[in-house]
Design a binder for this molecule. Structure first.
Ligand SMILES: [Zn+2]
Ligand SMILES: [Zn+2]
Length: 471
């Protein structure tokens, strides 16, 4: 091995996690290192790496571990350390629209294909597997399963008034002629167009029964403040709906509960999140049923555990549960008393690559059939229901950029997945990306802080990441 002046590559940091030294990568590594963004190392190696001062040289006689890190590009010669990208010289994937400005530390292969696309390629070829939560279902399976259903409803839909859940509602009620109970959590900060859409769709679908819940602001406000202050996430739309409406599905004895999340949107996290060996082993022996998977997901969300959460997403789930505990009680009761119920509903997703066409097809159908309208000030179709989505983008980006979390900004991944899987073309994707909250501080962030009664001082003192939004 040649003589080098070793340093950690840009976006790698030495961190103590659960009092063990780790190398942590704030980025997305090229294949096959998709699950190797956080590496536990021993104290001796940590000491050696801490000694990398950009001056001292090392030779081929260094330890095996260090040589391995050099081979992988984790440790590099100081001359090869990347500079953080600027608005003038950032890189964009030749396949999708991921770039290393919004995802600093995103790696590319020699053809300019980003690490995320590399995984999708291998997912397609079967080289790697997705453990995406929930189970997909085809039309035939769904129709067969509800053939002798004695409940008044075949499926409960979590309906937000957004493009995907509006389409799902139309698809199940109109196209498949299933009996649907549509449940909406009327959350604060819903877009005006969404509320209008919900009203219009109620008229357009007389065969569907609707339930709407609107939490009391006085009860919600201190809880949302805590979720934002500690968990760092401004919006809980897609978490609370399960807690509020799963119990309704149980009470009405409905076999299925569905949400409008497109299946491809769930790939990425499942590819990059390491599956515990024990979990892999168990699922090989027992082949968990769809109900097992549903209960696993709901328990993770609603029941306290002794173990500390392993990643930031886990921490967010815990913060939500602790902040909103009383609202989770009906679901907690069900999970703790499973035997008392005739039937527990199963979470399902449509096999979206078959049911959903392009985003434009979906928009055409819901516009024509349901009178659906996009928000007035938004050209894109991603996240149309909640006005806080841009704040979520902005927060996720800032925390990631400033290396507070390894959690990758979500919207760009969703947009790039839609590009990769052909649901939108590249120009549309770039337009969608511009409308996200990455490139400038969204004005509604101040409205949110104001309504939550959250001052800069208090935000900083709550111990989450919020402080870094004010700098
Ligand atoms: Zn890509
Ligand atoms: Zn929201």
């Amino acid at each position: 091995m040649r003589e080098i002046t070793p340093v950690l590559q840009d976006r790698w940091e030495l961190r103590e996690i659960h009092s063990k030294p780790h190398l942590v990568y704030y980025g997305i590594r090229n294949y096959p290192y998709h699950q190797k963004g956080t590496i536990v190392i021993n104290r001796k190696i940590a000491e050696i790496i801490r000694g990398f001062d950009g001056k001292a040289k090392i030779h081929g006689d260094s330890s095996k571990e260090i040589r391995e890190f050099i081979d992988q590009g984790v440790v590099v010669d100081i001359k090869d350390k990347r500079e953080p990208p600027t608005e003038e010289d950032y890189r964009e994937c030749s396949r999708c629209v991921n770039n290393n400005l919004i995802i600093p530390g995103l790696e590319f292969d020699e053809k300019g294909v980003c690490a995320v696309c590399q995984y999708y390629d291998r997912l397609g070829s079967g080289e790697i597997q997705s453990i995406a939560g929930g189970s997909t279902v085809t039309d035939e399976e769904l129709m067969k399963a509800v053939e002798n259903n004695r409940s008044r409803f075949d499926v409960l839909v979590l309906f937000t008034g957004g493009k995907d859940s509006s389409f799902l509602l139309w698809y199940l009620a109109k196209k498949l002629k299933l009996r649907v109970l549509a449940c909406t959590w009327n959350m604060p900060f819903m877009n005006a167009s969404t509320l209008e859409n919900i009203r219009t769709i109620k008229q357009a679908l007389p065969e569907v029964e609707f339930i709407e819940r609107k939490s009391a602001w006085n009860e919600l406000q201190p809880r949302l403040k805590r979720v934002f202050g500690i968990g760092g996430v401004p919006c809980i739309c897609n978490v609370l709906a399960y807690a509020l409406f799963y119990p309704i599905a149980v009470y009405e004895n409905i076999p299925f509960l569905m949400d409008g999340i497109e299946f491809v949107q769930t790939h990425f996290m499942s590819i990059t999140t390491p599956v515990p060996k024990i979990f892999e082993l168990i699922s090989k022996i027992y082949h968990p049923s769809d109900l097992d998977k549903t209960l696993f997901f709901l328990k993770k969300m609603a029941l306290p555990t002794k173990q500390e959460p392993k990643n930031d997403f886990g921490k967010f789930i815990v913060t939500c549960r602790e902040s909103l505990e009383p609202m989770y009680q009906p679901l907690q009761y069900i999970l703790k008393n499973k035997g008392k119920f005739r039937r527990l509903p199963v979470l399902k997703r449509l096999k979206s690559d078959e049911a959903y066409g392009s985003w434009d097809d979906v928009k055409d159908i819901i516009t024509k059939e349901l009178g659906w309208k996009a928000p007035e000030n938004q050209k894109g179709l991603l996240h149309t229901s909640c006005a806080l989505e841009t704040v979520k983008d902005y927060c996720q980006y800032q925390y990631f950029l400033q290396k507070k979390t390894t959690f990758i900004p979500q919207s760009i991944i969703e947009i790039s997945a839609a590009t990769y899987y052909g649901m939108i073309d590249r120009d549309t994707a770039l337009m969608e990306l511009q409308e996200r909250g990455y490139y400038k501080r969204p004005e509604i962030l101040d409205t949110l802080l104001d309504r939550l009664g959250l001052s800069e001082e208090e935000a900083v003192s709550m111990g989450g990441y919020l402080g870094c939004l004010f700098r």
